[in-house]
Design a binder for this molecule. Structure first.
Ligand SMILES: Nc1nc2c(c(=O)[nH]1)N[C@H]1C(S)=C(S)[C@@H](COP(=O)(O)OP(=O)(O)OC[C@H]3O[C@@H](n4cnc5c(=O)[nH]c(N)nc54)[C@H](O)[C@@H]3O)O[C@H]1N2
Ligand SMILES: Nc1nc2c(c(=O)[nH]1)N[C@H]1C(S)=C(S)[C@@H](COP(=O)(O)OP(=O)(O)OC[C@H]3O[C@@H](n4cnc5c(=O)[nH]c(N)nc54)[C@H](O)[C@@H]3O)O[C@H]1N2
Ligand code: SF4
Ligand SMILES: [Mo]
Length: 708
């Protein structure tokens, strides 16, 4: 038996930890994984690993995983050859498009797309040919407000300042729980150590969250905030900074600061306190503490993006850093100087160039908000969606009102999924095209090096042999493109393999041919533990993409949204509001069928404060029914002092007990889907981003409902 050791960046979340993976060749020539460990020599992650990476072994061997294309005939799945499958897709999509127009074909691209560089380089090779305006992705159930804010303020949706966590003295986190998520829009392996280091050097960590999350529990201060009201809190802080003369000038060229000062003048800590539930004195003190710190950073994530004023929140976060002189400053926020520079290589994005047909939600960067997907399928009329392509996504569990989407999918004329599972979404497809498993292809992270807390880069070679007949995601897209082009007499541009495209990108990048380092793919291959390109440096002046060459502090759409905020009545304090949560042993809507990951006690119950339980006559551990405007689920409730009164917390991505799904272990512990409760009609009106947090619900005992 021969064993060998391979190094590789983990692609499962944004932390991009270095892994050391040992493989062995068995007597029959098969190669299998022996162990997955953290790579202590990794320049960036220094040996950190979490349980998700260990489950890479289970992905490889999972009997549920599909290894050849499948075609659904009624309820049966039958193997089909690749060529036949490509031909079927081309034939069906071309026919639907010819009859009903380009927008009749929709696309959903899910989260793992951005963790798979072949999908990043090649999915559009095919999807671009469809020329549909009905493109959707996980962006609009997640970080769309970040992109839109950067697009409006800095001129490019990917020019996103990252917290310089290793040099900050004060870190304010709103709506992020990096101890569970391992950080997001901030690639930061080993985040717990880095947060503790802030405290060890005499700094402070403050967390704003309706739940005392794992991160809040280690913070120096935790403030409970009423879900969905962070814009009020941030406005109160910003107002205090101006009112008490706590601002600091910035070296950056800025336009619109006076307008900001005037626009927030009415939003005092005292008036905002009522809207967010945080005492005015605490809001003022937070502003003073933030301003007093030598190097402070405000970071707002998922919890404040996916709410009614998500974009307003992200704008206010940027402003807080800007007016205290912490934007583009060590210990504040800094933009990376990435080896592969998507900011230089792509357009800055566009916004609201068209709107969704039924609800008029705005386009961003060529995509529409996914909350509109089901209604675009269900509403008859010109431009109705009749066919769908999903790629690495499970919108039935991941997007608002999953039950409605499920119903919509049943009515499609044709659906094809590029995925390796028959899950809650792909079970509705006519055809599933499974790519190779993660370790069967090489890896470069096009996305998260761009958002890392140091300038890092790395290329890793393939670890496990590609099975005969298998295709990589990018090869599937080439196959689809060729078949589709042949059907429609289109001329396809030649393309290169992903690694060659990366080589070109590296050469053209800031560490490439025009720099001393002369980085290209061959040089990068010499650093399997990753190449550290140094700490983040101030660079925003040179990287700004606004037409004025200045930071736009007061973009018109954001000032207008402030009016929407001012006009909105405060949420009734009597309403029970649903929020989400993450856990290190769960990953979005998949990986629940990996024993190494999900072992142990269930983690998908509803958390409720003891006083909310008591006033409803409920007890810890009871089975309850949770109802919202759109749906109803049954779950076990757990008494928890972690959540503030008036708030219940349920993780998303569960709810695997649906007909047609083939995920054996996951179905033994199916849980319920939070997105059977979230409401597709509740969006951040400015961006169209889904509202997943702060959803009004009612909770009752199950037995009380008989006959209801
Ligand atoms: N209520 C609520 N809803 C949420 C959230 C929340 O916090 N609360 N979070 C939201 C967020 S932030 C996100 S990003 C979305 C994520 O939601 P989705 O975009 O649906 O992504 P996943 O749930 O990760 O779906 C993963 C799918 O991709 C497949 N897959 C994995 N790797 C590959 C690959 O390499 N190639 C291909 N072709 N397929 C692959 C898996 O088999 C699985 O079917 O969920 C959102 N939904
Ligand atoms: N283990 C694990 N890691 C993951 C994922 C996973 O599923 N599992 N998913 C990955 C993905 S796709 C993403 S986008 C990232 C997300 O990474 P994070 O943004 O860190 O997401 P969460 O861990 O869900 O933390 C969100 C926090 O917001 C809080 N919150 C909810 N509503 C509100 C509110 O109204 N105001 C405030 N202030 N807080 C609120 C929640 O209580 C929760 O603690 O994680 C990534 N990493
Ligand atoms: S924290 Fe994220 S990147 Fe690191 S090992 Fe876990 S899943 Fe992989
Ligand atoms: Mo996400």
């Amino acid at each position: 038996m021969t064993t060998s050791l391979h190094y590789r960046a983990c692609h499962l979340c944004e932390a991009i930890c270095g892994l050391a993976i040992e493989t062995e060749v068995l007597v029959d020539g098969q190669v299998q994984i022996r162990s997955v460990r953290g790579d202590a020599e990794d320049a960036f992650s220094r040996g950190h690993i979490c349980p998700k990476a260990v489950a890479l072994q289970d992905i490889q061997n999972d009997p549920d995983r599909i290894r050849q294309p499948l075609r659904r005939i009624g309820r049966q799945w039958q193997p089909i050859a690749w060529d036949e499958a490509f031909e079927l897709v081309a034939e069906r999509l071309s026919a639907i498009r010819a009859e009903h127009g380009a927008n009749a074909v929709a696309v959903y691209q899910g989260n793992p797309s951005v963790h798979n560089y072949g999908l990043m380089t090649h999915s559009n090779y095919f999807l671009g040919l469809l020329k549909t305006r009905n493109r959707f992705s996980a962006t609009s159930v997640d970080q769309l407000p970040h992109h839109l804010t950067s697009h409006l303020m800095y001129g490019h949706g990917l020019l996103i300042p990252v917290p310089d966590i290793d040099h900050a003295d004060f870190m304010l986190i709103l709506g992020g729980n990096p101890l569970a998520s391992n950080g997001s829009m901030m690639s930061v392996p080993d985040v717990e150590k880095r947060l503790k280091a802030i405290q060890a050097r005499g700094g402070r960590l403050v967390v704003v969250d309706p739940r005392r999350s794992e991160t809040a529990a280690m913070a120096d201060q935790h403030l409970f905030v009423r879900p969905g009201s962070d814009a009020a809190l941030l406005l109160g802080v910003l107002n205090t900074l101006f009112e008490e003369g706590l601002t600091r000038s910035s070296h950056l060229p800025v336009e619109g600061l006076e307008q900001v000062r005037e626009a927030v003048a009415g939003f005092t800590a005292e008036t905002m306190s009522e809207r967010c539930g945080v005492p005015a004195a605490a809001i003022r003190q937070l502003a003073r503490d933030f301003a007093a710190a030598e190097r402070a950073v405000c970071y707002g994530r998922m919890g404040i993006s996916t709410q009614v004023f998500g974009t307003l929140c992200q704008w206010l976060v940027q402003l807080l850093n800007l007016v205290t002189g912490n934007l583009d400053r060590p210990g504040g926020t800094l933009c990376t100087t990435p080896a592969l520079d998507l900011v230089e290589n792509t357009s800055g994005g566009h916004f609201n160039c068209w709107q969704s047909r039924v609800s008029g939600l705005p386009e961003y960067g060529g995509e529409l908000p996914v909350s509109a997907l089901a209604e675009e399928i269900l509403t008859p009329g010109e431009g109705q969606v009749r066919a769908l392509v999903t790629v690495a996504g499970n919108p039935v569990l991941s997007t608002p009102n999953g039950r409605q989407l499920e119903q919509a999918l049943r009515g499609l004329e044709f659906m094809v999924a590029v995925d390796f599972y028959i899950n809650e979404t792909t079970c509705h497809a006519d055809l599933i095209l499974p790519p190779t498993a993660p370790l069967e292809h090489d890896h470069y992270d096009t996305t998260f090096n761009l958002l890392a807390v140091r300038n890092v880069t790395r290329f890793n070679s393939v670890i496990l042999p590609k099975p005969a007949e298998a295709l990589h995601d990018w090869e599937i897209f080439i196959g689809l493109a060729q078949a589709y082009a042949a059907h429609n007499a289109l001329q396809l541009k030649p393309t290169l393999a992903p690694e060659q495209l990366i080589d070109t990108g590296l050469r053209a990048g800031p560490h490439g041919e025009r720099s001393e380092r002369g980085l290209n793919l061959d040089r990068l291959r010499e650093y399997p533990h990753g190449l550290d390109l140094g700490p983040l440096q101030p660079n925003l002046v040179a990287r700004l993409k606004t037409s004025s060459g200045k930071v736009q502090a007061a973009p018109t759409p954001l000032l207008a949204d402030l009016q929407r905020f001012a006009a909105q009545p405060a949420t009734g304090a009597h309403e029970l509001l649903l929020i989400g949560r993450r856990h290190v042993r769960s990953n979005n809507s998949w990986m629940h069928n990996y024993q190494r990951l999900v072992k142990g006690k269930p983690r998908h119950q509803l958390l409720m404060s003891p006083q909310d339980l008591a006033c409803r006559g409920l007890v810890d551990g009871q089975r309850v029914q949770v109802r919202s405007r759109v749906g109803c689920i049954e779950v076990d409730v757990v008494a928890s002092e972690e959540v503030m009164p008036g708030v219940v917390s349920l993780p998303h991505g569960w709810g695997h007990a649906r007909p047609g799904v083939r995920l054996e272990i996951a179905q033994a512990q199916p849980g319920a889907s939070a997105n059977d409760l979230t409401d597709e009609s509740r969006v951040d009106a400015l961006s169209g981003n889904a509202v997943l947090n702060g959803v009004p619900v009612e909770v009752q005992a199950l037995q009380g409902l008989s006959g209801a």
